[in-house]
Design a protein around this ligand. Sequence first.
Ligand code: HDD
Length: 717
Amino acid sequence: MSEENTRTPSIKNGLHDHPQGSGETRTVDQIAPGGELHQNVAHDGDHADGVTHLTDNFGLRIADNENSLKAGTRGPSLLEDFILREKIFHFDHERIPERIVHARGSGAHGVFECTKAIPELTKASIFQKVGASCPVFTRLSTVTGGAGSVDTPRDVRGFAVKFYTDSGNWDLVGNNIPVFFIQDAIKFPDLVHSVKMEADRGYPQAATAHDTFWDFVSLMPESLHTVVWAMSDRGIPRSLRMMEGFGVHTFRFVNEKGEGKFVKFHWKPVLGIQSTTWDEAVKIAGANPDFHRQDLFEAIDQGDFPAWDLGVQIFDEAWAEKQPYDVLDATKLVPEEEIPVDIIGRMTLNRNVDNFFAETEQVAFMPTNIIPGIDFTNDPLLQGRLFSYLDTQKSRLGTTNFHQIPINAPKCPFHNFQRDGMMQTLVPTGRANYEPNSLAEAGENGGPRACPTTGFSTFQENAERNDPTEKVRTRAETFSDHYSQPGLYYRSLTENEQAHLASAVVFELSKVQIEHVRNRVVAQFRNVDESLAKRIAVGLAIDLPEKAKPAKEPVDLGTSDALSIQKQAKNTMQGRKVAILFAEGSDLAEITKFKKLIEAEGGTPALVAPKVGGIPVKGGELKADGLLAGSPSVLFDAVISILMPEQAEKLAKNAAALEWFMDAYAHCKTIAHCKGTQVILDRAGIQKDDGVVPLDEFKKVGVKRHWEREAKVRDLA
Ligand code: HDD
């Protein structure tokens, strides 16, 4: 088969082959269909005088980009002005429908590398040998808010990875929480309608704290497991780089012999898992609505590439049968203590997008993008997703040819008889657009053919378990325990984490105005954990309602340390940001020493001062990265203060400065300070503890959170 017949997008023509920002300009002819087209494409000769000439969309050079064509200097604009009309017309159509969920996201390119070969489990080409690698594109998102909402609401986060493998694109479209709100895809529109802004009033934006969401929860106890995760610190991550990712569903690995094993996918962040506190997340939303997006972009930009290890939990049907839950139920996790997570690869995000719209906005993830060696299971949530994503992409991107958009096109050849349609960019040659055909016998190109040996073939599953085998609309009995795993989650947390979860539910329910909804939620929580339900009732000052009647009585599943963030916290400077507060007269040598120390440990220092321009300091002049009033301490993981006594006296009367220290203290952060700063700490009511230390103890203490302080600053009842 000739290459002309079915033109193949080639990464050779894409940006992947030249470093970011190389500024290379290519002509349209140099770009194969499906290759990446930079908008500064120009005619030969346009660079003759070192300037790229502005043209219209058809290559016509434009002489004046300031004035529209008018009948006389002060006359009306003319219909003839095709240049004006093209520009405005294109602008009018710049937006496409935002994603119905996960509208706000940040994307980056990277690479996946196999670190452990598992051919005995799967024939997926990417897992055949150590060192095998492929490009990836990853989009991390919030779920509920619109595209222009903030980064730090309490919410689930999307964790979608597109692997461009040599046997096709594999999309692992997961979340930062290993379970989901519902068991059957038929409830997805209801769930999403309930959580999005309310239909009549158009608010709240990006928030679960409202009547309709909790009404849904109170009536759908299967949602409780994901609810306890979302209400815990997992729902307010510190950074997109510091959250876990999960494939959620049970998938299937299939090896060369056609043997299948169940698999659950995990992404473990190399920087460790870290969250914010609720008060901090709320303040960050005001201080920097793009907190996560900027953090990811800047980290990659400065070569501090975020990475995640890909892990798998493998089990077979026989093991699955013995569990007190159904592995096909997406509201359940498989505890890591029972089936350990085996690390098989690493993903490193190493290149920012060149254009947000072309890449992050237009990327189309689909759980149906699968490769030989990986297969679906009968999880009814997954089964519904298999329809939904293809459909949504046509609606968002406007054409069945969305797979030709560079970010979506596979980087391996693709050949088929799908033809035509809106925005077709491929130019197939010949007349073979159907199969079977015998055109090759006449010397013509007959086109591609299916390949039974290397092509994707569905795992042959024994359908006997699906009893009865008639068509039914029922929920399997094995899906009926909605409370045991949420209880396992709550009881696995540290005391602080449990308190955070309880106060999050109290906060959310305090925003619920329908009284019976509040009561019904608490009635449900009584089946999860009686002490948690009591805490919530006390927090709301309501009587403990009667227990909801469970479809199946919950059992005590013990605890799992892998579920707690604090139990696995890393005290590392890597990827963390530390503020150094200085003012006039501060010691430059001391500031430089701390800057270097932070950098040497893999952190990022940020200089904060009452003014940003050149400030006279002892030993020279210094510019700040941020204004004190515009860089609250919520934006940093720890703070250092180096001030002359007279400047400290001044700042002790400055609300922004007092708040800066009070917040760092209340959020349990390290505060390393010089003697002069003491006057501000005294004014702010900050007492010395293991995390409020003299400058020379900063290195020893590090940037970990000092949770033992929390009881002094917050009611943890
Ligand atoms: Fe979904 C987007 C993850 C259930 C329907 N979903 C979307 C994205 C992620 C997830 C990460 C954003 C992808 C991106 O960055 O472009 N969704 C999940 C997970 C689920 C899940 C982990 C449960 C385990 N989703 C789910 C169901 C349905 C959908 C049950 C419908 C039946 N999801 C969609 C969608 C979206 C989407 C409407 C919106 C935009 C898009 O697909 O491309 O089709």
